[in-house]
Design a protein around this ligand. Structure first.
Ligand code: URA
Ligand code: SF4
Length: 197
């Protein structure tokens, strides 16, 4: 991937006014991580902390996501890129509306094309709706989906795990599948303290 193209896309998105969320946002959240990562993680949209800082998943959900990634042996710097369905915060953390998603998803499509990840992790129902509008996250989570020639793992959003800690066990099974797949496709020696080689 051409890094200058990726940075051009960032510049374009940072000044975007394509939907109503532009009016109330403080920062556009482009996403962060390794633009050459083989794993792309997709959330819903920025919350209060993300809107304040311009960084994805830095609030309570983000802290939990970082713990999960750490348990997998993944870091933001090396193994993943983290993005969202919409890049500006929906007021009061409501789910993004259809017209907001439609306006913003072309940016995510460009990010996917440029990053070209082998594995995509979808966090929660809003992210799932990008590839499957009919199924429920509770039904399809933990099962690989093939979408545009990529492997996609839908799983719970960390905010769901915070609301209902009973879901953490299932969530960990889903992330273990990602680690096994990463070893299969990218690095057979990938180290995770919690998942023996
Ligand atoms: N929740 C999301 O879906 N995305 C973020 O970036 C933060 C919280
Ligand atoms: Fe543009 Fe997306 Fe922000 Fe809407 S949410 S203003 S489409 S960057």
């Amino acid at each position: 991937m051409d890094i200058s193209e990726f940075e051009e896309l960032r510049t374009e998105i940072l000044s975007c006014q394509k939907c109503g969320l532009a009016v109330t946002r403080n920062h556009v959240v482009f996403g962060e991580g390794n633009p050459k990562a083989e794993i792309l993680i997709i959330g819903e949209g920025p919350g209060a902390e993300e809107d304040k800082t311009g960084r994805p998943f830095v609030g309570r959900s983000g802290k939990l996501l970082d713990k999960i990634l750490d348990a997998c042996g993944f870091t933001r710097k090396e193994h993943v890129f983290i993005a969202n369905i919409v890049k500006c915060r929906p007021p009061n953390n409501r789910p993004p509306m259809p017209e907001e998603r439609a306006a913003c998803i072309p940016y995510l499509d460009k990010q996917i094309e440029m990053i070209d990840p082998k594995i995509i992790i979808l966090l929660g129902a809003t992210a799932l709706s990008m590839v499957d509008t009919k199924s429920k996250i509770t039904k399809v989570r933990g099962n690989w989906i093939i979408w545009s020639n990529r492997l996609v793992m839908p799983t719970f959003h960390p905010s769901a795990l915070l609301r209902n800690p009973n879901l953490k066990k299932d969530s960990w099974e889903d992330f273990k599948k990602v680690v096994y797949k990463y070893r299969e496709l990218v690095n057979p020696k990938h180290f995770s303290a919690n998942i023996p080689l």
